[in-house]
Design a protein around this ligand. Structure first.
Ligand SMILES: [Zn+2]
Length: 125
Protein backbone atom coordinates (compact mmCIF):
# COMPACT_ATOMS: atom_id res chain seq x y z
CA UNK A 1 0.00 0.00 0.00
CA UNK A 2 1.21 3.48 -0.84
CA UNK A 3 2.33 5.76 1.88
CA UNK A 4 -0.14 8.57 2.55
CA UNK A 5 1.01 11.89 1.28
CA UNK A 6 -0.47 15.29 1.10
CA UNK A 7 -1.89 16.26 -2.24
CA UNK A 8 -3.81 19.40 -2.96
CA UNK A 9 -6.91 17.46 -3.94
CA UNK A 10 -9.09 20.54 -4.18
CA UNK A 11 -6.74 21.95 -6.75
CA UNK A 12 -6.71 18.76 -8.85
CA UNK A 13 -10.45 18.52 -8.55
CA UNK A 14 -10.88 22.03 -9.89
CA UNK A 15 -8.48 21.42 -12.75
CA UNK A 16 -10.27 18.20 -13.62
CA UNK A 17 -13.71 19.75 -13.48
CA UNK A 18 -12.60 22.61 -15.73
CA UNK A 19 -11.02 20.18 -18.15
CA UNK A 20 -14.15 18.06 -18.14
CA UNK A 21 -16.31 21.06 -18.99
CA UNK A 22 -14.00 22.01 -21.83
CA UNK A 23 -14.01 18.50 -23.28
CA UNK A 24 -17.79 18.31 -23.06
CA UNK A 25 -18.02 21.53 -25.02
CA UNK A 26 -15.58 20.20 -27.60
CA UNK A 27 -17.63 17.04 -28.00
CA UNK A 28 -20.80 19.05 -28.43
CA UNK A 29 -19.13 21.26 -30.99
CA UNK A 30 -17.74 18.31 -32.96
CA UNK A 31 -21.05 16.49 -32.84
CA UNK A 32 -22.77 19.63 -34.03
CA UNK A 33 -20.37 19.90 -36.92
CA UNK A 34 -20.65 16.32 -38.02
CA UNK A 35 -24.42 16.52 -38.08
CA UNK A 36 -24.22 19.83 -39.91
CA UNK A 37 -26.00 21.85 -37.26
CA UNK A 38 -23.09 24.15 -36.57
CA UNK A 39 -23.23 26.17 -39.77
CA UNK A 40 -21.35 29.18 -38.54
CA UNK A 41 -18.02 27.48 -38.01
CA UNK A 42 -18.39 25.51 -41.22
CA UNK A 43 -18.84 28.60 -43.33
CA UNK A 44 -15.19 28.85 -44.36
CA UNK A 45 -14.93 25.13 -45.00
CA UNK A 46 -18.04 25.31 -47.16
CA UNK A 47 -16.49 27.97 -49.34
CA UNK A 48 -13.57 25.68 -49.95
CA UNK A 49 -15.90 22.89 -50.97
CA UNK A 50 -17.75 25.13 -53.40
CA UNK A 51 -14.47 26.03 -55.03
CA UNK A 52 -13.03 22.54 -55.22
CA UNK A 53 -16.21 20.51 -54.77
CA UNK A 54 -14.28 17.81 -52.96
CA UNK A 55 -16.75 15.51 -51.27
CA UNK A 56 -13.98 13.11 -50.27
CA UNK A 57 -12.45 15.81 -48.14
CA UNK A 58 -15.71 16.27 -46.33
CA UNK A 59 -16.11 12.59 -45.52
CA UNK A 60 -12.50 12.52 -44.35
CA UNK A 61 -13.25 15.43 -42.06
CA UNK A 62 -16.25 13.57 -40.73
CA UNK A 63 -14.31 10.45 -39.84
CA UNK A 64 -11.59 12.60 -38.30
CA UNK A 65 -14.07 14.33 -36.06
CA UNK A 66 -15.61 10.97 -35.18
CA UNK A 67 -12.16 9.78 -34.10
CA UNK A 68 -11.64 12.97 -32.16
CA UNK A 69 -14.98 12.55 -30.41
CA UNK A 70 -13.87 9.03 -29.49
CA UNK A 71 -10.64 10.34 -28.00
CA UNK A 72 -12.44 13.05 -26.11
CA UNK A 73 -14.89 10.53 -24.67
CA UNK A 74 -11.97 8.42 -23.48
CA UNK A 75 -10.47 11.47 -21.81
CA UNK A 76 -13.81 12.26 -20.24
CA UNK A 77 -13.97 8.74 -18.84
CA UNK A 78 -10.46 9.08 -17.35
CA UNK A 79 -11.36 12.41 -15.82
CA UNK A 80 -14.52 10.96 -14.29
CA UNK A 81 -12.45 8.11 -12.93
CA UNK A 82 -9.91 10.49 -11.43
CA UNK A 83 -12.68 12.58 -9.88
CA UNK A 84 -14.15 9.43 -8.37
CA UNK A 85 -10.74 8.61 -6.93
CA UNK A 86 -10.57 12.01 -5.30
CA UNK A 87 -13.91 11.19 -3.64
CA UNK A 88 -12.67 7.76 -2.60
CA UNK A 89 -9.35 9.07 -1.33
CA UNK A 90 -7.34 6.91 -3.72
CA UNK A 91 -6.33 9.72 -6.05
CA UNK A 92 -2.68 9.78 -7.08
CA UNK A 93 -2.14 6.07 -6.46
CA UNK A 94 -1.26 3.88 -9.43
CA UNK A 95 -4.05 1.43 -10.29
CA UNK A 96 -1.54 -1.25 -11.23
CA UNK A 97 1.34 -1.20 -8.81
CA UNK A 98 -0.28 0.76 -5.97
CA UNK A 99 2.62 3.19 -5.75
CA UNK A 100 2.23 6.92 -5.58
CA UNK A 101 2.04 8.61 -8.96
CA UNK A 102 4.72 11.34 -8.96
CA UNK A 103 3.30 14.76 -8.33
CA UNK A 104 5.03 16.05 -11.43
CA UNK A 105 3.02 13.61 -13.52
CA UNK A 106 -0.23 14.55 -11.85
CA UNK A 107 0.46 18.20 -12.49
CA UNK A 108 1.03 17.50 -16.16
CA UNK A 109 -1.80 14.97 -16.48
CA UNK A 110 -4.25 15.27 -13.60
CA UNK A 111 -6.43 12.44 -14.94
CA UNK A 112 -3.53 9.96 -14.77
CA UNK A 113 -4.51 6.81 -12.91
CA UNK A 114 -1.26 4.95 -13.52
CA UNK A 115 2.36 5.79 -12.87
CA UNK A 116 4.63 6.35 -15.86
CA UNK A 117 6.24 2.92 -15.58
CA UNK A 118 2.97 1.01 -15.61
CA UNK A 119 1.59 3.22 -18.33
CA UNK A 120 4.62 2.42 -20.48
CA UNK A 121 4.11 -1.30 -19.90
CA UNK A 122 0.60 -0.98 -21.25
CA UNK A 123 1.91 0.35 -24.55
CA UNK A 124 0.09 2.89 -26.66
CA UNK A 125 -3.64 2.88 -26.20
ZN1 LIG B 1 2.41 1.83 -11.36
Amino acid sequence: MARKRKLDLKNYQQVLLAKREQIKQNIQRLEGESSGRDRLSRQTAKQDFEGGGDAALESMERSQSAAMIGNLRDMLASIDEALQKIEDGTYGICEWCGKNIPKKRLDALPEATMCTECRNHMGPM
